[in-house]
Design a protein around this ligand. Structure first.
Ligand code: 5AD
Ligand code: SF4
Length: 446
């Protein structure tokens, strides 16, 4: 039953940027008198925050939108909004294909959500807001600490967009060019969060290493300088950041891992391929030699650092030899974890126009081989932790009750352990690791 009360449901696909955007939208709607619910059936506004990084991600969002057609048939008062990267990419096409969609809002325009909804309610007309304002600024909004379940850890956006134009990637088209957020706003937001019991902060951007480079101002901090400033804020127990392009990873940033006690020893460094020829066609602007030097540098400054990566298999023209080079890279780096994907064509990208597309079966076969080997390496890396005493941050009690709790190491590995009712999420504890499972560790409190 739809009541006259304003009730919103938000579904989130995609990356942490989108998760953060969902928090912001929830806050804006909350200020506008909405209750934000987890129960889709109670809502009279549904926002689908979409991702278009790969074909599959886009299909997921589209099929949810398809299902909402039936919901709207039952409840004609239901308003349907599409936000995120598919919204930006497709614009009005979405409403042309799906008449039940009232509102399409690109990532740069989410701050206008309440105003756009009001405009639709008064005019009865659909709206699309996908302008990519040249001087787009992230408003200095302070987050509503009541909304998310994981109150002890939060994301803080430091920049939007990307200037790299890797040939496979849709992000420069959906999220626009790089825009850094003023350091004062970032610091204020972090201070506000720690004052509200947040203990772990992740600085977010598509390409955090180029923070500040879009500004002419010489006094604007670069990324390592910003990182040091945030690390200094009392109450920041753990600090993380994501994502970086290897080409911009500086020695100064590596040094931060030796220097800052609260910077967690984890680096997500997407490599995409182990073949120089493929990297070149991807326009990544580094070769494997340089990449390996960066890994070595990180391990020199911080021997215990965990390194994770992203890999695409079956990029157009990827030969058996190219793929073999990626498999060799796994052995050389011994990643703690890797996210791997089959290449898919994305709208407007350069590689969508490349010849030599790799057949689907070949992609699937390569993906399986890569994932199988990486899983073995991940497990071997987990086994290296056996017997070690590690500091974990408590995440929470597991759903099945029975006193089982989980936490995360600085390297972001999940550790399950038998806890007690006095524990609090965000608390730091010491555990001894006695078991390595496929996707997690098991320890006991000491
Ligand atoms: N096809 C497959 N994977 C892709 N990624 C980005 N674009 C594509 C694409 N067109 C992967 C990259 C990136 C991660 C977020 O998604 O590995 O690092
Ligand atoms: Fe998906 Fe990329 Fe957009 Fe994030 S920025 S939602 S990963 S397309």
């Amino acid at each position: 039953m739809i009541s006259s009360k304003k009730i919103a449901y938000i579904e989130t696909f995609g990356c942490q940027m989108n998760e953060r955007d969902t928090e912001i939208m929830a806050q804006l709607l909350g200020r506008d008198g909405y209750e934000v619910t987890d129960d889709l059936d109670r809502a009279n506004l549904v926002v689908v925050n979409t991702c278009s990084i790969r074909g599959k991600a886009e299909q997921k969002a589209m099929s949810m939108l398809g299902r909402l057609k039936h919901s709207k048939r039952k409840n004609p008062g239901l308003m349907v909004a599409v936000t995120g990267c598919v919204a930006q990419q497709e614009g009005r096409n979405i409403q042309e294909r799906m008449a039940h969609v009232d509102l399409v809002v690109g990532p740069q325009s989410i701050y206008r959500l309440p105003e756009l909804i009001d405009a639709i309610r008064t005019s009865g007309e659909k709206r699309t807001a996908i302008d990519q304002a040249a001087s787009f600024a992230i408003p200095s909004l302070l987050p509503d600490s009541k909304r998310t379940s994981l109150l002890h850890k939060r994301f803080v956006t430091i920049m939007q967009g990307c200037n790299n134009f890797c040939t496979y990637c849709v992000v420069p088209y959906t999220r626009g060019r790089e825009v850094s957020r003023p350091p004062g706003d970032i610091i204020d937001e972090v201070k506000h969060l720690v004052a509200n019991n947040v203990r772990e902060i992740t600085l977010l951007g598509q390409n955090v290493n180029s923070y500040g480079q879009d500004r002419d101002d010489r006094d604007y901090p670069d990324f390592p300088t910003l990182l040091r400033k945030v690390a200094e804020i009392p109450g920041v127990v753990r600090l993380r950041f994501t994502t970086s392009n290897p080409k911009d990873l500086s020695e100064e940033l590596m040094e931060c891992f030796a220097e800052l006690d609260n910077l967690s020893p984890h680096f997500h460094l997407p490599v995409q391929s182990g073949s120089d020829a493929v990297l070149k066609r991807m326009n990544r602007k580094y070769g494997i030699g340089q990449y390996l030097e960066k890994i070595e540098g990180l391990r020199r400054y911080c021997p215990e650092i965990a390194i994770t990566t992203d890999i695409i298999v079956g990029f157009p023209g990827e030969s058996d030899e190219d793929f073999a080079a990626t498999m060799v890279l796994l052995e050389k780096v011994r990643y703690d974890g890797a996210y791997s994907f089959k290449y898919s064509d994305r709208p407007k990208t350069v590689s969508a126009g490349f010849d030599d597309k790799v057949p689907e079966e070949v992609k699937s076969d390569r993906l399986r081989r890569l994932q199988d080997r990486q899983q073995e390496i991940t497990t071997e890396r987990y086994r290296d932790c056996l017997g070690h005493i590690m500091e974990i941050m408590v995440e929470g009690e597991s759903r099945n009750g029975e006193g089982q709790w989980s936490g995360r190491t600085g390297a972001n590995q999940i550790v399950n352990f038998t806890g007690n009712p006095t524990l609090q999420p965000g608390q730091i504890l010491k555990v001894r690791i006695d078991e390595a499972c496929q996707h997690s560790l098991r320890g006991c409190l000491i």
